[in-house]
Design a protein around this ligand. Structure first.
Ligand SMILES: C[C@](O)(CO)[C@H](O)COP(=O)(O)OP(=O)(O)OC[C@H]1O[C@@H](n2ccc(N)nc2=O)[C@H](O)[C@@H]1O
Ligand SMILES: Nc1ncnc2c1ncn2[C@@H]1O[C@H](COP(=O)(O)OP(=O)(O)OP(=O)(O)O)[C@@H](O)[C@H]1O
Length: 324
């Protein structure tokens, strides 16, 4: 095999309940992930060592090369949505994934990666995590490793809390840091609009702001649990009931760090969204629509209201990272 392409979805969090801060700096969560049809695509090519010195596999010219380990190297090129804001060095999560998989397999991480982005960068939709998951699947196939799923999930969890879900897909409850996943049964399909913002928000900063707010208000933080009403709405495919119970504990912090988002959420509600919330750590706002047609109308209305950079429609649940 000389190249493998993997398509990987974005996520929205239907319930993000944040428990107390742990000693390791992370928070225990009840994180109901939902994969939606907004996809990045990662292609991995065979790259013998002498071929990896020169990057530049895209027309956009946005490419970089990095020594993945003392005895191998990875090059990466990125194109599409906000590609200029994606690192082209060892900080790229897809590069980290290739290096981690090669180390686990005891081989050189010689590979050329190309990432086609549609998922907003630093948007709270786990775009970097998605690229890491896609790179794991692509390199595993390219190198003929046939790693068991559990092993890819383990490497994924080391790369980031959201990475395992990008492999898993569908709808799932994540506990621990969000990496321990249990599938949730869902009937039918839900239609969404995502309002993309101008800039991004740092996930660590949003968690930090959440801690600060809780401290300032003296809020008692309990142990989170999955909402029965949410599970019931998903099981019967009831969009109206789902819209009423969407929740995100990080939302107040994201709204403080990015004040215009309050107007974006209000505009979505005014135009009949069944539910409106900040996606994960933001700043993307997610709106649940009544139907595919309603999603299209809502996206147009949000753009016309000037409350976002752009609005895209998508539906879920969809599968996790898969070879195309
Ligand atoms: C907000 C979410 O996207 C919701 O799915 C995730 O919880 C964030 O997942 P992620 O971006 O993969 O996060 P990681 O790369 O693991 O961690 C980035 C930073 O977010 C904070 N973090 C993340 C996950 C978690 N359960 N508790 C945390 O406090 C920590 O400050 C951490 O240093
Ligand atoms: N392949 C990648 N795509 C996007 N960003 C990447 C990638 N690799 C590393 N990054 C870095 O990670 C940061 C966060 O990017 P990402 O798009 O994953 O944020 P996010 O969607 O808010 O994450 P999450 O929802 O998991 O908290 C970016 O600002 C960028 O510097």
């Amino acid at each position: 095999m000389t190249s493998v392409t993997v398509r990987v979805p974005a996520k929205v969090n239907l319930q993000l309940s944040v428990g107390p801060r742990r000693d390791d700096g992370y928070h225990d969560l009840v994180n109901v992930f939902h994969a939606v049809s907004l996809f990045d695509e990662v292609t991995a090519w065979d790259a013998p060592r002498q071929d990896t010195a020169g990057p530049g596999v895209t027309a956009s010219g946005e490419a970089g090369s990095v020594d993945g380990s003392p005895d191998g190297s990875v090059s990466v090129a990125v194109e599409g949505e906000s590609a200029a804001r994606v690192p082209l060095d060892g900080g790229n999560l897809a590069v980290k994934a290739a290096v981690a998989l090669a180390a686990r397999a005891g081989r050189r991480p010689d590979v050329r990666l190309r990432i086609r982005k549609s998922i907003p960068v630093a948007g709270g939709m786990a775009g970097g995590s998605a690229d890491a998951a896609a790179a794991l699947v692509a390199c595993d196939a390219l190198w003929g490793l046939g790693s068991p799923r559990e092993e890819l999930m383990e490497i994924a969890a080391e790369l980031g809390s959201d990475v395992p879900f990008a492999l898993f897909g569908g709808t799932a409850v994540g506990t621990g840091r969000g990496e321990k996943l249990t599938r949730v049964p869902v009937a039918g399909r839900f239609h969404w609009v995502f309002a993309l913002a101008e800039g991004g928000l740092s996930t660590a900063e949003v968690y930090g702001e959440c801690d600060r707010l809780r401290e300032a208000t003296g809020e008692q933080v309990g142990w989170p649990s999955a909402s029965d009403d949410l599970m019931a709405a998903l099981a019967i495919g009831d969009a109206k009931a789902l819209g009423a119970v969407l929740s995100n504990d990080l939302q107040p912090a994201a709204l403080l760090l990015c004040r215009p988002l309050a107007r974006t959420l209000a505009a979505g509600r005014e135009h009949g969204a069944l539910g409106a919330l900040v996606s994960g750590s933001g700043p993307t706002c997610a709106f649940l629509a009544e139907s595919e047609d309603h999603a299209t109308t809502l996206a147009t209305a949000l753009e016309a209201a000037g409350v976002c950079r752009t609005a895209v429609t998508a539906s879920g649940p969809v599968p996790g990272a898969e070879i195309v």
